[in-house]
Every structure is written in structure tokens, then in C-alpha cells.
Design a protein around this ligand. Structure first.
Ligand code: HXC
Length: 262
């Protein structure tokens, strides 16, 4: 039986598309440890489900997520944070999930909410979405990769200003600055756009899609020469997949490929 979630809803709104909706409305989807534990469980289940080819992660029209749970963090001591590796489990999303995750961001994406979006593979948002790393106002700093991923996305000049001032930026700016791939006028248009893209991706070979995600993400970690070599090795390895033969044969024969996902 599918696990029941307290802070999430799971659906399959399009063929091959798993949607995870953060559902903690009273706290604007603040990312408590129990919520993140559920999110990791849900994403692992979708990653393992053969019928799912792409994942959409979203919140409500009001909030993607307003940050890590400030009420949970307020009393935390250094030794508790250190010995429990507080926040480390958030990275499961980037290290364990092989299928692409699209973040569809409406409303607030602040602090850990902004970082959660930045961990996803593609970000789409509404023009009026509110992004920001306001941790400085709470006497702390981003702790889930914001100082690294935001800086890679927008460059040091803007990231430094945003993180030192805590000032918010709009979805329209997020798209212009390279945080988001596309921006939409309304929440409904955002969801339709995210699901269209996820459905397109889910229509391709899962092996090739996973490899594509892996090599693009490697570009964030490796120097150019190493990254190009890494890409070539993975490209070579795909000649060992059934789907490369299926895809190229279908092109030559002017047929639609029927992927084996092998
Ligand atoms: C816990 C939160 C919360 C959060 C909102 N709430 N954000 N609870 N953690 N991050 C709760 C409020 O306490 C309130 O609960 C309810 O959600 C509604 O919020 P309001 O403030 O009443 O709503 P509004 O006036 O519309 O203001 C929206 C807001 C504001 C601008 C988004 O809520 C806000 O500034 N939130 C905090 C944003 C933030 O600083 N995020 C970064 C967190 S630090 P009650 O019970 O009062 O109704 C962080 C660290 C990351 O993320 C590092 C590691 C991951």
C-alpha cells in the first residue's frame, strides 16, 4: 500500500509524471524535519517506480515553502545540530534521486524553500513568486546550499548582495537572473507548463534522461576538461543501452520509438 503522508500529497496528473505537493498550509510549508523525512521517502518511491519518468515538486499558490521551520530551529544547540547532522538529509534530493525533479514555485520560496528549489533540476515559477535568502535577518546564514547554488546560478555579485541583505527577489527576476528556466503569469499556467515539460521528459528513455541529468549536474562540480571527459564516458556507456539502439533505429525507419527503459 502507498504510504500515507501528513505533510505531502502525491499524484500522477499526467502519464509518467509524479507530482509531490508540499501540504503544510498553516506554516506556509515550513520545512520541518518530519516534512523533509516524508519528502525523501516520497521521492525515493517515485524514483523507484518504473512507470514514473519525471517528478514535479510544488507547494500552494501562496507558498512553495517559507523556509526551514524556525520554531524547530530556535532552541537548537550547536552540539545537537552537529551530532544529528541537522539539514544534511535535505541533500538526499540531490544525491539519491536519479529522475529529474522540476520545481514549480508560486508564492514564497524563502531560506530553505529557496534552497529546496535550487536543489531541483529545473525551476519554473510565477512572475510574482517571492524568492530570498533572509537567514541573515534571523542571525544565521543559508544552511542547505544557498550560498553555493544561488552563487552558481546568479553569480557572486548578486548572490552576495542577496545573502547579506536578505532582500527578496521576484519570480520575474529569478527567471532573468538564471535561477528559473521559465516564468508564468499565473499559478495555473505555471502548473500546466511544469506538467507539460515533465510529460515531455517522461516520454523519453529513462536511461538517457537519468544520464542527461547526471552529466549536467556534474558541470557544477567539475572543471571543464574533467566535465567534458565525464560526459564522453557516460555518452559512450549509452551505446550499451537498448534505448540508444531503439531510438536511432526508429529515427532511421521514420517510426516512433517504443522505449525499453533499458
Ligand atoms: C516556521 C513559519 C515559517 C517558518 C511562516 N511560518 N514561515 N513557521 N518556520 N519558516 C508560520 C508563521 O509563524 C505563522 O504561524 C504562519 O506560518 C503564517 O505566517 P505569517 O507570518 O503569519 O504570514 P504572512 O504575514 O503572510 O508572512 C509571510 C512570510 C513570513 C513573509 C513568508 O511568514 C515570514 O517571514 N516567514 C519566515 C521566512 C524566513 O525567514 N525564512 C527563512 C527561515 S531560515 P502562526 O502559528 O503564527 O499562525 C531558513 C534556514 C535555512 O530557512 C537553512 C537550512 C535549511
Amino acid at each position: 500500500a502507498a504510504p500515507a503522508y501528513r505533510y505531502l500529497t502525491i499524484s500522477e496528473p499526467r502519464p509518467g509524471v509524479g507530482q509531490v505537493t508540499l501540504n503544510r498550509p498553516k506554516a506556509l510549508n515550513a520545512l520541518s524535519t518530519p516534512l523533509i523525512t516524508e519528502l525523501n521517502t516520497a521521492l525515493a518511491a517515485l524514483d523507484a517506480a518504473p512507470s514514473i519518468g519525471a517528478i514535479v515538486l510544488t507547494g500552494s499558490p501562496k507558498a512553495f515553502a517559507a523556509g526551514a521551520d524556525i520554531k524547530e530551529m530556535a532552541p537548537l544547540t550547536f552540539s545537537q545540530a552537529y551530532t544529528t547532522s541537522f539539514i544534511e538529509s535535505w541533500s538526499a534530493l540531490t544525491t539519491a534521486v536519479k529522475k529529474p525533479i522540476l520545481a514549480a514555485v508560486s508564492g514564497y520560496a524563502l531560506g530553505g524553500g529557496c534552497e529546496l528549489a535550487l536543489m531541483c533540476d529545473v525551476v519554473y515559477c510565477t512572475a510574482s513568486a517571492t524568492f530570498g535568502q533572509p537567514e541573515i535577518k534571523l542571525g544565521t546564514i543559508p544552511g542547505a546550499g544557498g550560498s553555493q547554488r544561488l552563487t552558481r546560478a546568479v553569480g557572486k555579485a548578486k548572490a552576495m548582495e542577496l545573502i547579506l541583505t536578505g532582500k527578496f527577489f521576484s519570480g520575474e527576476e529569478a527567471e532573468r537572473w538564471g535561477v528559473a528556466a521559465r516564468v508564468f503569469a499565473t499559478h495555473d499556467e505555471l502548473m500546466a507548463g511544469a506538467l507539460d515539460t515533465a510529460e515531455t521528459i517522461a516520454g523519453y528513455s529513462q536511461v538517457a534522461v537519468m544520464a542527461a541529468k547526471e552529466v549536467v549536474n556534474k558541470s557544477q562540480d567539475l572543471a571543464l576538461r574533467d566535465g567534458v571527459e565525464y560526459e564522453r564516458r557516460v555518452f559512450h556507456s549509452l551505446f550499451g543501452s537498448k534505448d540508444q539502439k531503439i531510438g536511432m533505429k526508429a529515427f532511421v525507419e521514420k517510426q516512433k520509438p517504443e522505449w525499453a527503459h533499458e
